[in-house]
Design a protein around this ligand. Structure first.
Ligand code: CA
Length: 706
């Protein structure tokens, strides 16, 4: 009986949304449809569901009473076993999703029947320019087209019916280590796209392209260029130039716009989140300090022209990789008796900011995770009150910061429930040791190169220290009250790298976990009301849509991303070693679908050859491993499950095979480039001996531990 009432309510919602729910094409995605996306319950038209990026759907057929009946409607396997971070789009009965390696798949959203797929053929060697896995976070739609940013920097327009390329334009200098992992957005026929690469030394910007032709309309650089550009760069960058020292342009300066955007059509403002400095260590980037605008800032732009309007810098003079590219969310709420138009962000630096989105004025800030790099935010100036020891770039001494470079919150989308007035934050509690690197030099060739010694800061082999680190590294879904600036409730997780969030009118918040589940919690108190075994870590955010009176929840599953690679070993000790099974999972009430049996995670045994290297070369090899290998194959050679754990690799047995791959680049097509232009064969062999040394060390510990 209750189900009938719910179904009727669903039909009513559909009627109110003005959608026939037949799943037939209703024509193109227009400005009107995008502006009305918040009330369009049938569809999911843009990355954050609406321009405010709230990721809240009013749909309530799946609710706190019915969610126990939620089951698997359909699923489909992906052809890439790397991190899956994308938000699918649903448009008029069809579901479109991007995957690792910037591929796109289209399905009938009701049945899962495949419609078409598109592979941009990203060259394998692009992987080495991507700090954080070969991921893609989503698509944009306009007219009869979809828009995709590819890892190698192209913006591609696809015909939504056929998946065929309409146009493609290169948005970056492909000789430089730029990548695109973020989702484009569309405002009134303009496609907006940024890029990443600040860990490798690039200059950040966002560009706008004509959706019909692919012609560039404007470009906004987030940091000033070289001296020869000073005369023509305009007032916003001229002001920024005053906040820099030295020759930052030689290293790019950073400030990549790799994820967040939001749009307020009434104020006619586009908001972008700006990333960290390049290199991280400010002593090298801008000797003598300075705020280094517009790094780690939220910047408001005029969408038609890209003209600067205002900015708020969360971390002046960033030296910790404290990006402010994290999810930007807009909402209206009463604060101190006044109705405010706010912008909210939980950037990496650990503070939750509520900002007046018309003016950029800071309304309030409080830390949403423990933090030790400040004593708080000065509300007069809006600046963090730094602890002196935190500036390792100035003291020359290491500093262990909480949060660290992974952030208190990373790219995983938050969600907002307007009825409860809560923001749900996929939060991370983890420290990072910043060891200033002596005599740092830029390297145009290869490597994660940030002026912080990755090898010195790597997790040691000592099992007690590793256990303590693992215990201090965890995650949570935090229900945050942005008015009171305090936590209402939390779901605590053993691992830090959990999924993005979705909130619904059914009183539910959905989230996948590092431990391999998809769960639904009550927005009231965080009580778990439903859980599904996904068999793989889930980092992407769920979406919801309605077709023919039935509500669906969809999520892309598949373990990966930065936490699954560089510090992947520590995750094996927190969340447990989870495997990558890349799959789209779609749920509805009453469905009884099942996944195939969960495969056992197969890990090769630790069986290294004896160490035969020169012990004197170990120090250089440790550094080289941290600089060139650790970002993908794991801190201190403790690998993850996504990419080969070199300690366990058969390749370790043969110096010749090792040279063929690591020096010559035999596996370039698969993303493992050769390092011949940075490392001699002797240094490559020394790295092999370092991994052998570490593998024997860990094998000994394993045997001790029984
Ligand atoms: Ca970064």
């Amino acid at each position: 009986m209750r189900l009938n009432v719910v179904a009727m309510a669903g039909a009513l919602a559909l009627a109110l949304a003005g959608c026939n729910g037949t799943g037939e094409s209703e024509g193109g995605v227009t400005a009107e449809r995008l502006l009305a996306a918040a009330g369009d319950n049938a569809n999911w038209l843009t990355y954050g569901r609406d321009y405010a990026e709230q990721r809240y759907s009013p749909l309530d057929q799946i609710n706190t009473e019915t969610v126990g009946d939620l089951g698997l409607a359909w699923y489909t396997d992906m052809d890439t076993a790397r991190g899956q971070e994308a938000t699918p789009l649903v448009i008029d009965g069809q579901l479109f999703v991007s995957t690792a390696w910037s591929k796109v798949k289209a399905y009938d959203a009701t049945t899962g029947a495949p419609l078409w797929e598109y592979d941009p053929q990203v060259p394998g060697e692009t992987a080495v320019k991507a700090c954080c896995d070969v991921v893609n976070r989503g698509l944009a739609a306009w007219g009869d087209m979809l828009f995709l940013g590819t890892l190698d920097g192209r913006l591609v327009a696809l015909d939504r019916e056929t998946g065929e390329e309409v146009w493609s334009t290169v948005t970056i200098d492909q000789s430089k280590p730029y990548t695109i992992t973020g989702a484009p957005r569309v405002i009134d026929g303009m496609v907006l796209i940024g890029n990443g690469g600040a860990e490798y030394g690039v200059r950040g910007y966002i560009s706008a392209y004509d959706a019909e032709t692919g012609d560039m309309i404007w470009r906004f650089y987030t940091v000033p260029g070289g001296p020869d550009e000073a005369a023509t760069e305009g007032p916003a960058l001229a002001a920024a130039r005053e906040t820099w020292n030295g020759e930052w342009w030689q290293y790019g300066g950073g400030g990549t716009v790799w994820d967040a955007m939001a749009y307020d059509p009434d104020l006619d403002l586009l908001y972008i989140g700006v990333g960290n400095g390049a290199p991280w260590n400010q002593a090298y980037r801008s000797p003598g300090g300075g705020d280094n605008l517009y790094l780690s800032s939220i910047v408001a732009l005029r969408p038609e022209t890209g003209e600067y309007v205002w900015h708020y810098q969360t971390t002046p003079g960033d030296t910790w990789d404290f990006t402010a590219t994290q999810h930007i969310m807009l909402a209206d709420m009463e604060i101190d008796g006044e109705e405010r138009q706010v912008l909210m962000q939980a950037p990496k630096n650990g503070f939750f900011y509520v900002i007046d989105r018309a003016t950029g004025e800071l309304i309030s800030a409080n830390n949403y995770v423990p933090q030790n790099w400040t004593t708080g935010i000065d509300m007069e100036t809006g600046r963090p009150i730094e602890v002196a020891a935190a500036r390792y770039d100035q003291t020359g001494e290491p500093f262990v910061s909480t949060p660290g470079a992974g952030g208190g919150h990373n790219w995983h989308p938050m969600a907002y429930h307007p009825g409860e007035g809560l923001v749900f934050i996929p939060a991370i509690e983890a420290a990072f040791p910043y060891f200033p690197e002596a005599n740092w030099e830029p390297d145009p060739n290869r490597g994660f190169n940030v002026g912080v010694d990755q090898a010195a800061g790597a997790l040691p082999a000592d099992p007690e220290i590793r256990a303590a680190s693992a215990a201090a590294t965890r995650g949570a879904l935090i229900a945050w009250d942005p008015v009171a600036q305090e936590e209402r409730w939390r779901v605590q997780y053993p691992g830090p790298w959990n999924g993005g969030a979705l909130a619904t009118g059914g009183g539910l918040v959905f989230q996948g976990t590092a431990g391999g589940n998809v769960a639904a919690y009550s927005v009231r108190d965080g009580q778990e009301l439903w859980s599904f075994r996904a068999q793989t870590g889930v980092v992407a955010p769920p979406i919801t849509y309605m077709i023919d009176g039935e509500q669906y929840v969809a999520v892309l599953a598949g373990w990966g991303g930065i936490w699954a690679l560089a510090p992947g070993g520590i995750l094996n000790e927190t969340s447990g070693p989870v495997q990558n099974i890349s799959r789209l999972l779609v749920f509805k009430l009453g469905a009884t679908g099942e996944l195939p049996p969960e495969p056992e995670l197969v890990r090769l045994p630790l069986d290294p050859p004896p160490f035969t290297g020169d012990a004197n070369l170990l120090q250089q090899a440790t550094y080289d491993y941290g600089r060139y290998c650790g970002g993908c194959h794991g801190d201190n050679a403790v690998g993850s499950t996504v990419l080969p754990d070199l300690r366990r690799s058969a390749v370790l047995q043969s110096e010749d095979v090792w040279q063929t791959i690591v020096h010559e680049g035999a596996l370039t097509q698969r993303g493992m480039v050769g390092f011949a232009d940075s490392l001699s064969p002797e240094r490559v062999e020394a790295i092999r001996q370092f991994v052998i040394f570490r593998a024997n060390q860990d094998k000994g510990l394993e045997q001790q531990g029984g």
